[in-house]
Design a protein. Structure first.
Length: 432
């Protein structure tokens, strides 16, 4: 059963608002300084594999370094400088035996990943973050197709780097989508640029966020998403938006269907995704994966504007039991309830009792593997991050529901799963 949290008139009872990503998952743990984490001589020992995508297409990737010369970075210290972003595009590709494997994390990010692992009690230099298998390659030619591919943008949870949803991004790409994941510079745990710079979180964004800082972070993310979409239009017109002018995969720009664009986000990224849909109708559909839709505690004055305006585009809400007492559904979370009642169009709300906040990221697979190998993180931390849902099974369920949602919303295909959950995917409950 869903934990009860409504008053006698059926209105959601106020709960504390969740704005964290990695920070919410390990709030009781101190994150060591990146400078204190050193790489071992062999780059680490432990390796594992993410689930392979299930669609008919091989998947390849390309990184784009994008510079917004019209906007100063609000988080950079010192002299004004333009906003810089790193993005990764996952796309359906032709088979190419010569294409190198896509790393789950580049070498410049290893110290930051090691530092985070250390906060979970995992020995320093014990994990080879660059060799976690993603079942994808780099730079292969784009798949031949009679139809252009819809585009989906992804905005991660707070501190989560763009690589931490590789599983879902690769799955969507294998089914014919171009998925563009955005690192929000000075928010992500670490962002590596082509010239070797590695940028870690700004002090204002590394600790607990005030409502004012949280709103500024969401506003910056929305501007990032809209700028990235502008750059994709440049790419589709035959231009090269990469700041270094690096060679792009054959056929990528011409294959993009920018009349069918979606967006999804996890945690703070979910709020940004919904706000991007409010402000920019080029985003035709979106999914909020346990995004708070607000900037602080459950005070209506701190709800994101999208909750009051509602959305006309189709959207999907997906939540877990963020804690055993808090069910993330529109019947329990006041900001979600407000968005729901103010949105006249197609919408769905799905809930998973046994999942937790980081179940919507690659941690659903990685954390149990690490715990089995090192005996850490401890069971209580694992349960707090991903619950006790079966990792591989639930990852498959998340991929199935998101693919079905974007198939319906962007490809205009019938997907009965969204109306009638199947016993084959037993963990997900349709709330409405």
């Amino acid at each position: 059963m869903i934990p009860t949290s409504a008053d006698s008139q059926g209105r959601p009872v106020s709960r504390r608002l969740i704005i964290g990503g990695l920070t919410g998952a390990v709030a009781a743990l101190a994150l060591p300084s990146v400078a204190n984490a050193a790489m071992g001589p062999d780059g680490g020992l432990f390796r594992c594999a993410l689930p392979a995508p299930t669609g008919p297409h091989p998947v390849s990737t390309v990184d784009l370094h994008l510079v917004d010369t019209r906007r100063n970075d609000p988080w950079a210290e010192g002299e004004a400088q333009p906003r810089e972003l790193m993005t990764t595009v996952w796309y359906p590709a032709r088979r190419n035996a010569d294409a190198p494997a896509t790393p789950h994390a580049t070498k410049g990010l290893v110290p930051a990943f090691d530092a985070f692992a250390g906060s979970l009690g995992i020995p320093s230099d014990a994990v080879d973050w660059t060799r976690i298998s993603t079942h994808t390659t780099v730079g292969a030619p784009t798949a031949h197709s009679a139809e252009r591919m819809p585009v989906v943008l992804y905005t991660p949870g707070r501190l989560n780097p763009r690589f931490l949803d590789t599983t879902i991004a690769a799955e969507l790409a294998s089914h014919g989508y171009a998925v563009v994941a955005v690192d929000h510079t000075y928010e992500a745990l670490a962002v590596e640029f082509p010239d070797g710079r590695v940028i870690t979180p700004a002090p204002a964004l590394a600790g607990d966020l005030s409502p004012q800082i949280t709103k500024a972070a969401v506003d910056c993310r929305v501007a990032d998403l809209r700028f990235v979409l502008d750059q994709l239009h440049l790419l589709a017109r035959g231009g090269n938006p990469d700041s270094e002018g690096r060679t792009l995969p054959t056929g990528l720009g011409a294959a993009l269907d920018l009349s069918s664009v979606g967006v999804y986000g996890h945690s703070l990224g979910g709020t940004a995704a919904a706000e991007a849909m409010r402000l920019d109708r080029r985003f035709r559909a979106g999914a909020v994966l346990e995004g708070p839709l607000g900037y602080g505690p459950d005070d209506p004055a701190l709800f994101a504007p999208v909750t009051r305006t509602g959305l006309r585009q189709p959207f999907l809400l997906a939540g877990s039991s963020y804690t055993p007492e808090l069910a993330f559904t529109h019947t329990h979370v006041p900001a979600w309830h407000t968005l729901w009642k103010n949105s006249p169009g197609w919408k769905r709300d799905f809930w998973t009792a046994r999942a937790r906040h980081q179940s919507y990221s690659d941690f659903e697979i990685l954390i149990p593997e690490l715990a089995a190998r090192f005996g850490s993180p401890p069971a209580a931390v694992v349960a707090g991050m991903i619950g006790d849902v079966d990792p591989a099974g639930y990852t498959g369920e998340c991929r199935a529901y998101l693919t079905a949602f974007f198939d319906r919303s962007l490809k205009r295909r019938s997907r009965p799963l969204l109306d009638n959950p199947t016993p084959d995917l037993p963990d997900v409950t349709r709330i409405a």
